[in-house]
Design a protein around this ligand. Structure first.
Ligand SMILES: Cc1cc2nc3c(=O)[nH]c(=O)nc-3n(C[C@H](O)[C@H](O)[C@H](O)COP(=O)(O)OP(=O)(O)OC[C@H]3O[C@@H](n4cnc5c(N)ncnc54)[C@H](O)[C@@H]3O)c2cc1C
Length: 473
C-alpha cells in the first residue's frame, strides 16, 4: 500500500501530550555549562564556524594532524543545537546518500566510495569506543522495507548490483521481514547488516565536543558569526562582542543561512519531521517483535525512517520534506501542524497493533538539500575559506568524511580523498525564486504521483534524472 499524502486528523489524539522539542535534548547528561562567548579580538591558526558534527570532526582532525595548530571553533548557539542534535541517529556508511545515487553519478569510483564509506563508519565506531563516548552506539544494520509489490523487484535486483561494489545485502521475504518487525504493510525487505549503526546523536556530538576540548580546541558558544571578510593574508569573522582572525576558515554551517552568497544557490533548507513515542509496554513490544533493533526505512520516494531507542520508544520520521519560500529558515518552521498528524497517521498504518500509543516528542529540523543529495566542497576568499555542505539528510556519518576532506584542503594535504570526482565536482545550483519553489513543489508533486502510480516517473522527473538533478531528503 502507498501512504496517503492527504492531511489527516485520524490520530490527532496521539499527539495530545507531545513536547515540541527533540527527544535527544531531553537528557540529564546535556552539558550543564556552555562555553563562553567570543569577547574581543581572538586569533587562531584555524577557525571553524559551526558546532555540529562537521565542525567537531574537523576540529579533531585538525588537532590530530597537527597538535600545534591553534584551532578555534565558534558556534552560534550551543553544540548539537543544529541538525546534529535533532536527527534520527542513523549513522550510515554511505557517503553518497545511498548506493543508487552514488552509482548513478560516479559509477567509476563507486567501489572506492563504498570502501571509504565503510572505513569511515568503522573509524567512527572505533573512536566512540576509544574515547568512551556514551552515545548508545549499536551496529544493528538497516532494513529497507517494500510496502508495495512493485518495489520488490527493484530491491531484489539491488542485492546483485550492490554486490559488484562490495556491499553485502540480504533479501528478506515477506514472512522473514515480518518475523523481524511485524507490520501488515511489509511485502519484503532488503537487509544491510553492516552499513548502518544507530546512536544518540546529541550524545555523540557532546562526546566529540569533550574530546575536542581535551585536545586543546578552543570552543566558543552563543557567538554567531555575522560576516566574514578577507584582510590581507587572514580572514576576520565578526561576532556580536568580538571577532576571530585566522588565515584559514572552515564554514560548517549546514542548512543555516550561509555566510557566502554563492551557497544560497547550492543548498536549500528542507524541513523534515520526527515523532518519538512513549516507551512501549512489554505487550506492545512483543506485538511488533524487533529483537534485532535494526534501523528501518521504507522504499517510496517519500520515505519514513524509524528505529527503537534504548529506553523502549520508537522514533518515527521523514516522509514530508517541506521547502519554505525563499529558503525560509528558523524556529517558526520547527513546529509542523501539517506533517506531524500525517506522520502519526502513517505510524498507525504501519503498526495498527500499537493503536492507543501516544507520542511524547515532536520536532522538525532543516536538512541542507543540494541537487546531487550528497556533500560538496569548495573554496572562497582566495583559498583561505573552505566550505562543505549538501549532505541532504544523510550526514551523521558522512560529515566526518566531509570534515576530513575540508581539512585536507585547508592544510593543503594531498590525499586520495581529494582526487575523487565526487570531491572535485559541484552540484547543479538551484534557480532563484520564484522558479526555485515552483520547481521544488512540482518535483515533490511528481514524486508523490510516482509513489501512487507504481513508481512510474513522469516526464519532469525523467528530465531531472537525465540532468543529474533532483529533490530528496
Ligand atoms: C530531522 C532530521 C533528521 C535527520 N536524520 C538523519 C539520520 O538519521 N542520519 C543521517 O545521517 N543524517 C540525518 N540528518 C542529517 C544530519 O543530521 C546532518 O547532515 C548532520 O547533522 C550535519 O552536521 P553539520 O555539522 O554539517 O550541521 P549542523 O549540525 O546543522 O551544524 C551546523 C552548526 O552551525 C552553526 N552555525 C550556523 N551559522 C552560524 C554562524 N553564522 N555562526 C556560528 N555558527 C553558525 C549552527 O548553529 C549549527 O550548530 C537529519 C537531519 C534532520 C534535520
Amino acid at each position: 500500500m502507498a501512504f496517503s499524502n492527504e492531511p489527516s486528523t485520524r490520530h490527532l489524539s496521539s499527539l495530545s501530550d507531545v513536547w515540541e522539542a527533540p527527544y535527544w535534548m531531553d537528557d540529564a547528561d546535556e552539558p550543564q555549562e556552555d562555553a563562553s562567548r567570543v569577547i574581543g579580538d581572538v586569533t587562531a591558526d584555524l577557525l571553524i564556524i559551526g558546532g555540529g558534527f562537521t565542525g567537531l570532526w574537523a576540529a579533531i582532525e585538525g588537532r590530530t594532524l597537527n597538535p600545534n595548530l591553534d584551532v578555534v571553533l565558534v558556534e552560534a548557539t550551543a553544540i548539537a543545537q543544529g541538525a546534529s542534535g535533532r536527527n534520527g541517529g542513523f549513522v550510515a556508511a554511505s557517503l553518497t546518500h545511498g548506493f543508487s545515487n552514488g552509482v548513478e553519478r560516479w559509477p567509476g569510483e563507486m567501489q572506492t566510495l563504498v570502501k571509504m564509506g565503510h572505513q569511515n563508519l568503522d573509524e567512527i565506531e572505533q573512536f566512540v569506543r576509544e574515547h568512551n563516548i556514551d552515545c548508545d552506539w549499536q551496529r544493528v544494520g538497516e532494513i529497507d522495507v517494500a510496502t508495495e509489490e512493485y518495489q520488490v523487484e527493484g530491491l531484489k535486483q539491488f542485492v546483485h548490483d550492490a554486490a559488484e561494489y562490495g556491499e553485502e545485502l540480504q533479501w528478506l521475504d515477506q514472512d522473514t521481514v515480518r518475523g523481524r518487525l511485524n507490520s501488515p504493510t511489509y511485502v519484503g525487505g532488503l537487509f544491510d547488516p553492516d552499513s548502518v549503526a544507530i546512536c544518540d546523536p546529541a550524545r555523540l556530538a557532546w562526546g566529540l565536543r569533550d574530546v575536542a576540548i581535551a585536545m586543546g580546541v578552543r570552543v566558543y558558544e552563543h557567538s554567531k558569526i555575522e560576516w566574514i571578510d578577507e584582510r590581507g593574508t587572514t580572514v576576520t569573522a565578526k561576532t556580536q562582542f568580538g571577532s576571530v582572525t585566522s588565515p584559514k576558515v572552515l564554514l560548517a554551517t549546514n542548512a543555516f543561512p550561509p555566510l557566502l552568497k554563492r551557497l544560497k544557490y547550492m543548498i536549500v533548507p528542507v524541513y523534515d519531521s520526527v515523532l518519538v513515542t512513549r516507551p512501549l509496554t512489554e505487550e506492545q513490544r512483543l506485538s511488533i517483535g524487533w529483537a534485532g533493533s535494526e534501523g528501518v526505512s521504507d522504499s517510496g520516494n517519500q520515505f519514513h525512517y524509524y528505529r527503537p531507542t534504548v529506553d523502549g520508544r520508537i522514533l518515527w520520521g521523514g516522509y514530508d520534506a517541506t521547502y519554505h519560500f525563499r529558503s525560509g529558515f528558523g524556529p517558526q518552521h520547527e513546529h509542523s501542524a501539517k506533517s506531524w498528524p500525517k506522520l502519526a497517521d502513517h505510524f498507525f498504518t504501519t503498526f495498527p497493533q500499537l493503536e492507543g500509543l501516544k507520542f511524547e516528542y515532536a520536532w522538525s529540523g532543516a536538512i541542507d538539500t543540494c541537487t546531487r543529495f550528497c556533500a560538496f566542497w569548495g573554496t572562497a576568499l582566495h583559498g583561505k575559506a573552505v566550505y562543505v555542505a549538501g549532505y541532504t539528510g544523510l550526514g551523521v556519518g558522512a560529515s566526518r568524511f566531509g570534515a576530513r576532506v575540508a581539512i585536507d584542503m585547508l592544510l593543503d594535504r594531498d590525499t586520495d580523498r581529494r582526487q575523487l570526482e565526487m570531491v572535485r565536482t559541484m552540484p547543479i545550483p538551484f534557480p532563484p525564486e520564484p522558479f526555485r519553489s515552483a520547481g521544488i513543489n512540482f518535483t515533490r508533486w511528481s514524486l508523490d504521483r510516482a509513489d501512487h502510480n507504481q513508481g512510474q516517473r513522469n516526464l519532469w522527473l525523467r528530465t531531472l534524472d537525465r540532468l543529474g538533478m533532483g529533490f530528496d531528503s
